[in-house]
Design a protein around this ligand. Structure first.
Ligand SMILES: C[S@@+](CC[C@H](N)C(=O)[O-])C[C@H]1O[C@@H](n2cnc3c(N)ncnc32)[C@H](O)[C@@H]1O
Length: 274
């Protein structure tokens, strides 16, 4: 377990993931009913972009720092507002997924976060744990997920954002999602992954489709980054019906802003015909 998100906080993959996450939360909040927001691989909560880990890779420079002060498309505004509100003039801190969920949560919403790494889960508790709307568990997020769905609110979302350190992560992700979806088919799910080998993604998609899961949408972003992870993706299940329309403009904008070379591109592909 070597992966620490502090080295990658605010990079281009976070921008896509967190932009979509914030938009979905705000969409679901159009109804007053409370939400259960579940984060299976939560990380440390708030990241110091001036710290040793972040500065070692400088990934935020080609991610959030490229766009945070720009005039962005509507779909990205909730996300960017949280990042701006956490900071003063200078952007020194970055909200990870549980911090973002908590910043967007209303009084009636709950955030249920799980993190396996004891130091990161402790950091998460330290930075955000005083908020009674947040519950942090230290442990395996895939196992914990099965006890968290459906949340008592019966509405909400699940973010599954594994580190992809192990070769079987796609299989574990598929298994956990399929099992959780069986227990809670109405939830919105956001699954994150890196795209290193297109065949892995094809196998992953095929597995979800053969489980009979409907309403799946694939989003990919390739920033044409030389010699490093360049392409990332999300699969959403039960995405709000306006997702494709609202996010196509945002993705075009993000691709232009985050491109690191020729051939940067992004797309939204409905995987099921519903
Ligand atoms: C990509 S990072 C999460 C980033 C976070 N979701 C965010 O967007 O700010 C993946 C996290 O999963 C944690 N992790 C690894 N294996 C896990 C497991 N089986 N269950 C829960 N957390 C795990 C890692 O320690 C790491 O903090």
């Amino acid at each position: 377990m070597n992966y620490r998100h502090a080295y990658h906080a605010g990079n281009f993959a976070d921008v896509l993931k967190h932009g979509v996450l914030a938009w979905v939360v705000r969409y679901l909040q159009q109804k007053e009913a409370p939400l259960g927001l579940i984060d299976t691989h939560a990380g440390a909560g708030i990241y110091d972009l001036t710290g040793v880990a972040a500065r070692k890779t400088d990934e935020a420079k080609d991610g959030i720092l490229r766009i945070v002060r720009q005039e962005a498309p509507a779909a990205l505004l909730s996300y960017l507002e949280v990042v701006r509100e956490l900071n003063g003039e200078e952007i020194k801190s970055y909200p990870g997924s549980p911090a973002l969920m908590l910043a967007l949560a209303r009084a009636q919403d709950r955030v249920l976060a799980c993190e396996l790494h004891p130091e990161d889960s402790e950091a998460l508790r330290r930075s955000l744990g005083a908020d009674p709307r947040l519950r942090v568990t230290t442990g395996d997020g895939y196992e914990r997920l099965m006890t968290l769905v459906p949340p008592r609110e019966k509405r909400g979302l699940v973010l599954i954002d594994p580190p992809f350190e192990e070769p079987d992560e796609f299989e574990r992700l598929a298994k956990a999602f399929i099992a959780a979806h069986r227990k809670w088919p109405a939830g919105v799910y956001i699954l994150w992954f890196p795209i290193k080998h297109p065949s892995e993604l094809s196998r992953f998609q095929a597995e979800l489709l053969s489980a009979g899961i409907k309403k799946l949408t694939l989003v990919t972003l390739d920033v044409a980054r030389p010699e490093a992870l360049s392409k990332t993706g999300l699969i959403l299940c039960n995405a709000p019906f306006t997702f494709g329309t609202e996010w196509s403009a945002a993705l075009t904008w993000l691709t232009e802003k985050l491109a690191q070379g020729q051939g940067a591109r992004a797309e939204i592909v409905p995987l099921t015909g519903d």
